[in-house]
Design a protein around this ligand. Structure first.
Ligand code: ZN
Length: 202
């Protein structure tokens, strides 16, 4: 896509685009893992149904907090990120969908660094905005900071499972740093644009 595509759209449109792309890639990873994952790894399940709303609220709450951190640095125009960050934070759990529907699947196929790299590659190539990339990383890390249990960090290339819990503090710190950096990048871009007399970020 060129300058007339999503790269030149408003931050609101870009936020919507990123949410859709993120969800689609999460589902692609989910199906790839069902296809490539060895039978022995297909032991994914959902948490007890009555604990799902609480967990989603926890994820959305931390995502919202991250979005607000970004706005603290950048100001009111960071508002699209106050919505985007919690949406992305929650969307990662789309990878539980097959188990929720009763199918065998691997554990957390999109809770993977390979997924993060894939999502980043798509946003970086199509939008070319560092602040959006940083929000994607922040939301991903924010999700990992809230989750507990095991995950396969290289899914769908490897289905070796690791405990997530020891790394939760690092993920939380990374998530906060990335959202603050996103706000700082936005500030710099706007300051530069206005010193040129332009107004490239609406
Ligand atoms: Zn999760």
């Amino acid at each position: 896509m060129g300058q007339h595509g999503v790269a030149s759209a408003s931050r609101w449109k870009q936020a919507l685009y990123v949410a859709v792309i993120y969800a689609v890639i999460a589902l692609l990873f989910t199906f790839a893992a069902m296809y490539f994952g060895p039978q022995a790894s297909q032991v994914g399940s959902t948490r007890a149904e009555d604990t799902i709303p609480g967990h989603v609220l926890e994820l959305a709450g931390f995502g919202l907090l991250l979005g607000l951190c970004c706005m603290v640095v950048y100001g009111r125009k960071g508002l699209p990120f106050v919505f985007l960050t919690p949406v992305l934070t929650v969307l990662l759990d789309l990878d539980h969908l097959p188990a929720y529907l009763g199918y065998a699947q691997t554990i957390r196929p999109a809770h993977s660094f390979v997924f993060l790299v894939a999502a980043l590659a798509v946003t970086a190539i199509t939008i070319k905005a560092l602040d959006i990339d940083l929000v994607v990383v922040s939301a991903f890390m924010g999700h990992m900071a809230v989750d507990t249990g095991i995950f396969a960090p290289l899914s769908p290339l490897s289905f070796q499972y690791f405990q997530l819990d020891p790394y939760r503090p690092e993920f939380a710190v990374g998530a906060v740093l990335c959202t603050l950096a996103a706000g700082a990048v936005l500030r710099t871009r706007v300051a530069r644009a206005s010193s040129r007399g332009g107004n490239e970020i609406a």
